[in-house]
Design a protein around this ligand. Sequence first.
Ligand SMILES: NC(=[NH2+])NCCC[C@H](N)C(=O)O
Length: 647
Amino acid sequence: MSTTTLEGASALLEQIGAGPIPSIPKAAAHPLARPVDIYRLYLAQILAKAAGCDAALAYDSVQVPGTAANGDLVLPVPRLRLPKGVKPAEKAAEIAAAFPDADVLFKKVVAAGIHLPFFFNPRPLPRFILPYIFQRKNTYGDDLEVGLRDPTNPDMGRKTVVIDFSSPNIAKEFHAGHLRSTIIGAYIANLYKNMGWDVVKLNYLGDWGKQFGLLAVGWKRYGDEEELKREPLKHLLDVYARINRDFKPEEEARDAAAKAGKETAEIETKGLFAERNAFFRKMEERDPEAIGLWQRFRDISIERYIQTYARLNISFDEYSGESTVQSSSIEEAEKILKEKGIYEAHNGAWAIHFDQHGAKGLGTAIIRGRDGSTTYLLRDVAGVLERERKYNFDKMIYVVSSEQDQYFRRVFKTLELMGRKDLADKLIHINFGKVEGMSSRLGNVKLLGDILDNSREAMHEVMRRNEVKYSQVENPDAVAEAVGIAAVMVQDMSGKRINNYPFDMDRMTAFEGDTGPYLQYCHARLNSILRKSDITREELVNHFIDHPSSLDGDIDSDKPHGADLLRLMAQYPDVTAMALKNHEPSTILTYLFRLAHQLSSCYDVIQVKGTDASREVTLARAALYEGARQVLENGMRLLGLSPVDRM
Ligand SMILES: NC(=[NH2+])NCCC[C@H](N)C(=O)O
């Protein structure tokens, strides 16, 4: 019996004694993706009778409460749009009285004021939820409906999202803002993919501008081919830092002159200023030699980035960048801006006075500089037009620090002023707060690889402290890598995105508390439960798909631990659905920690090995843990973690 079709899921429900899945045509249910929706459909049918209302209205009115203690589902009675004069609390009591005493799926309901909290009956839970999970395995939690709606046309209804994330600047530091963008962006990409979207992952490199002119000048002085091959990112960073030091006095002299109201042209046409500008001009004129050098720096950096991102299981569909925005798109954007009278000459430059166009607080932005150079803003605006043509996206997401909040409001507003509100409405800036003290705590790290190396080493140290356990780990380096990365990522995703947090190596690598190592440990422990029993995963899963009723044995109301665990497991697809709306990784993480805490209250009460329980009961217990492990694995992978089997 397969729960991946409506017929199959209905048949399973019938076997439990709850009849086929009710069909409520107007209800926005996803019964093949979310088991709780099956409970909701079933409940809506009962409520329609008990409350004398429309079943679709009942369906829409039932919600998932914030905490399990308030029910598995809840009906705030006023949502039923009661006629005038009917008191919600009285209506709630009336519905409760009409609710069946001995329902198969739900316990008898007791009204709590104007709310009706509904609790799942524990008995049928394992028979329903575990096969549901086992038949979906790593897709449990995904929204499969998109592909299933019409099997002959699996692309039907698919939408495209472009996600612009990580986006570091070549020859510059990979700072904490880039780290957060990478972690959060990769998570969002996984989420949309699992929810049935076509996802395009873009790395929009900072790879254009005068600083490349300076880098090239630095290369002539300090460049070393061997070093470039060995450690390209480090070497370019180093070359740039050195030439920047040489350049500083000139820059300061220019700034001082400008401040004193003096002409700066003389300073800017000499020395490194002149060398830098000359090289960048050659780049803009596509001089083959200049472009060749720049291209080599870019290619070699990307090559190294690809390797480092792979440590995080991240790959990009495209490495674009500020350099790849076509001048034709830039001219197209400027032409529209001029035609609409939005673009104004401003001290020899071109600017938009946002304040004068109904966008208070956005001030004035230079779009094209005095020397004719394009700006970050202009390139981004033109980039949107280009990406629209290339990908025909339904949505585009920029994952960038909240320091660029105003900047992205300007990008979006500019498109609106160009008469492209339709396009601007498809764009979202997903922002996030700062990481405090990362560079001071990690020493002088400037590259993503350094951050990951440091975390791995710190994790390795923590692991070594438990000598006995450490000696049993087969590949401690690989485990330290996976757990160390989990430490960094979990620390980053624990709070709301917008919050700042302190980078705390000791706390994030601890096994106690809601940390990455704790989640990894939890997964390894679940894995070892099955490994230490003589049951294989295949055997277990097949057994329960064929004999779901054998799961009943251990679940009863006196022992709520297992039932509570199953109630949580059932919710996972609702959690991913919520996460798609709020773009908060903490939604997933908070759920996983609840799951982990519930699990730790189960280990003593529900034991798999070394009891005198029958084979049947042993299998049932192992199935409970294997189901939980699958959910934990799915959540961890969604967040971008690599669950370890042993540690
Ligand atoms: N389309 C964009 N502007 N994406 C974000 C780019 C981030 C930029 N390179 C920075 O380091 O701040």
